[in-house]
Design a protein around this ligand. Structure first.
Ligand code: ADP
Ligand code: ADP
Ligand code: MG
Length: 668
């Protein structure tokens, strides 16, 4: 075994590799860019070397610097992770020249599988089934058109050098082919530096089933069963599971053996994945008529390797290190077993309701579900970030991977849903709620899997991020009351009518949820608080729970609620879901037009009830400053911006005229 390795990657995969190395007593060296100077992966390693600017081409793709860092720190081997340099044969060769072990396959295998068209020619020779198509070297557009016409429509044009779901065009009919080809070639040239394409029959409602393979330098090769990665958006994986639902032992063996044949054809060593597209002509319940075709081989550890680890109980990074060090495979084919069912969800910074547009920002709140160490646990959480970290535009939008394991698929599903509900992220858009909708969708729950699942279930997947509005509104109201009481130095939970410090009976709340204006009114009655929201009216109860949670009862529902306020937005989380409500402060907004002086004026005649601040206090935007009563309603006046309270112009109990300045705020 090596005594020290360098990890030429970042984020969750760098942390993942470091965890196994640590367990095996192998020292680790991290590399980092400017943007990653204080990243989690740097802290996860024993040493770290700065390798350049934030953009990948200035750092994580700078292989001379990475090799120099390995030599300078005395590392014996380099683990490339996935992405970046992991499938770069020139880098693998350069490592060897520098006397370093590249923890991956031989460069010849990377090269053979690097281009989709060439790898298909190789696979054809090895007898691995291929999707009907054209993968020749002649790229004459007229020939490509004829080939597509021969294959039939819909057809798929793929960039031979493509990856990550990029460089693909579905063509519906012959007349559209020329334009689609030109656009695919343009993207391929820009993204992959080569415009060579291949053409495939576009399989209808296919499944993506891939086989994990492992080879060693003694000529052994095994398969560690399959993963179903059919749930995709934009040809990119969203959920992955193992084993594939409906798989039969007979089909598993045939696919496994085909994958091993593919790997052996290129003298494969290390971890690899052979991806198959699977046609299910008779639908989901007929595995006996399912046909599988080779798509591509990824010559690296895959993002979704944890589901294989969960069902086999093996640590694939440990296997990689052992094999790269020259040891034989830890287990032979007949010793490998599967147990239970595992599912992985990729948690990404993106907006599912806006075409999955990647999002950037700060993880202001980042709470993970209860989980344990990465081997064989029921809930595993792999990430490369911490609360307060930034998801920058430089790298992948994947924030974390949540992996669950259960005895059955049903149990794994239930664990996944519960763990997603406990995953709480505030500060940027994520797909966490979207993932919950996918998991709950009829197609996924019943394992009706194919790559069109998200499109088919779109009705129930998108724009559904509401906890159940009355609960969300009640939670936001409760949150406001708790915050105000805390500011005023009262215990918000001490008395049922703890908020009723004066004669006011009704108070109005306005919220904006996804552009929609919601209004609620709260009455301080003799029996406690009554909330009215639309048609829903009833008592509002809340009581504290540990960890900043509270128990909320409203409208025949009882929820454990957790809220975070960022600016004017209240983020509400319950086990049922999450919602963000923007609190509209009528008075604060009324005062906003008055210029930079921060004049805060009464929009109507009324009485000053209380001040939550005194002169000299520093206040944050959105913080409650004063409470005013007007027209039998109570209104909170919030700071329109960060600043310092310069002067209070009135005392509690004072009557004020419309337009009267209540306090002066010096804003920065
Ligand atoms: P997997 O196949 O392991 O599920 P992906 O195909 O999504 O993973 O790719 C894994 C990582 O590698 C992602 O960060 C992706 O952006 C990157 N990647 C994959 N192929 C390429 C490529 N040809 N060029 C650049 N990045 C790639
Ligand atoms: P990448 O290198 O980007 O991962 P792949 O060739 O693995 O490219 O294809 C990515 C995805 O595109 C597959 O998982 C599948 O959903 C879809 N796909 C690829 N080939 C076909 C095909 N012939 N018919 C239908 N869908 C396909
Ligand atoms: Mg692929």
């Amino acid at each position: 075994m090596f005594s020290k390795i360098l990890i030429a990657n970042r984020g969750e995969i760098a942390c993942r590799v470091a965890a196994t190395a640590r367990r095996l007593g192998v020292k680790t060296v991290a590399v980092y860019s400017d943007a990653d100077a204080s990243a989690k992966h740097v802290a996860a390693c024993d040493e770290a070397v700065h390798i350049g600017g934030s953009a990948p081409r200035e750092s994580y793709l700078q292989w001379e610097r990475i090799i120099a860092a390995a030599q300078a720190t005395g590392a014996q081997a380099i683990h490339p992770g996935y992405g970046f340099l992991s499938e770069n044969e020139a880098f693998a060769d350069a490592c060897a020249k520098a006397g370093l072990v590249f923890i991956g396959p031989p460069s010849s295998a990377i090269e053979a599988m690097g281009l989709k068209a060439e790898s298909k020619r190789l696979m054809e020779k090895a007898g691995v089934p291929l999707v009907p198509g054209y993968h020749g070297t002649d790229q004459d557009p007229a020939l490509l058109q004829r080939e597509a016409d021969r294959i039939g429509y819909p057809a798929l044009i793929k960039a031979s050098a493509g990856g990550g779901g990029k460089g693909m065009r579905v063509v519906e009919k012959s007349e559209d082919f020329a334009a689609a080809l030109a656009s695919c070639q343009r993207e391929a040239r820009n993204s992959f530096g080569s415009d060579a394409v291949l053409i495939e029959k576009y399989v209808q409602r296919p499944r993506h089933i891939e086989i994990q393979v492992f080879g060693d330098s003694h000529g052994q090769c095994v398969y560690l069963f399959e993963r179903d990665c059919s749930v995709q958006r934009r040809h990119q994986k969203v959920l992955e599971e193992a084993p594939a639902p409906g798989m039969t032992p007979e089909l598993r063996q045939r696919m496994g053996e085909a994958a091993v044949a593919a790997a052996k054809a290129v003298n494969y060593v290390g971890a690899g994945t052979v991806e198959f597209i699977v046609e299910q002509p008779d639908g989901y319940d007929h595995p006996e008529t399912m046909r599988f075709y080779f798509m591509e081989m990824n010559t690296r550890l895959q993002v979704e390797h944890p589901v294989t680890e969960a069902i086999t109980g093996q640590d694939l990074v440990e296997w990689q290190l052992r094999v790269a060090g020259g040891e034989p495979l830890p287990l032979q084919q007949h010793e490998l077993r599967m147990q239970g069912h595992a599912i992985e969800a990729r948690i990404c910074a993106e907006n599912p309701d806006n075409q999955f547009l990647p999002a950037t920002g700060t993880l202001r709140v980042y709470r993970k579900p209860a989980h344990s160490a990465f081997e064989r646990s029921d809930v595993r959480f792999d990430d490369g970030v911490r609360e307060g970290d930034t998801i920058s535009p430089f790298y992948d939008s994947m924030v974390a991977k949540l992996i669950v394991h259960g005895d059955t698929r049903e149990q794994a599903l239930a664990r996944l849903d519960a763990a997603l509900a406990e995953t709480r992220i505030v500060g940027l858009a994520t797909n966490v709620q979207f993932l919950r909708h996918v998991v709950a969708s009829d197609s996924f729950a019943r394992a009706r899997l194919d790559t069109a699942l998200i499109a088919r279930e779109s009705e129930v997947l998108f724009k559904q991020d509401r906890v159940g509005e009355p609960t969300a509104v009640a939670a936001a109201v409760a949150q406001t009351l708790i915050a105000e009481a805390a500011l005023a130095g009262n215990d918000p939970f001490s008395r049922r009518d703890g908020f009723r410090s004066h004669g006011v009976t009704t108070r109005r709340f306005d919220f904006d949820v996804a552009g929609e204006r919601l209004q609620a009114s709260l009455t301080y009655g003799r029996d406690g608080l009554q909330l009215a929201y639309g048609e829903v009216q009833g008592p509002l109860h809340f009581a504290p729970l540990p960890d900043d949670r509270f128990d909320l009862r409203f409208a025949d529902r009882r929820d454990t609620v957790q809220t975070w306020v960022v600016g004017e937005t209240v983020h509400v989380f319950t086990a049922r879901g999450a919602t963000s409500l923007v609190e509209i402060d009528l008075l604060a907004h009324a005062g906003e037009g008055e210029g930079e002086s921060g004049r805060l004026t009464a929009p109507m005649p009324g009485k000053v009830v209380s001040f939550a601040v005194k002169a000299g206090d520093a206040v944050k935007k959105g913080q409650a400053l004063a409470v005013m009563e007007a027209m039998k309603m109570e209104h909170t006046i919030a700071a329109p911006a960060d600043g310092t309270v310069a002067e209070l112009m009135y005392a509690p109990g004072d009557q004020v005229a419309e337009g009267a300045e209540l306090l002066k705020l010096a804003t920065a």
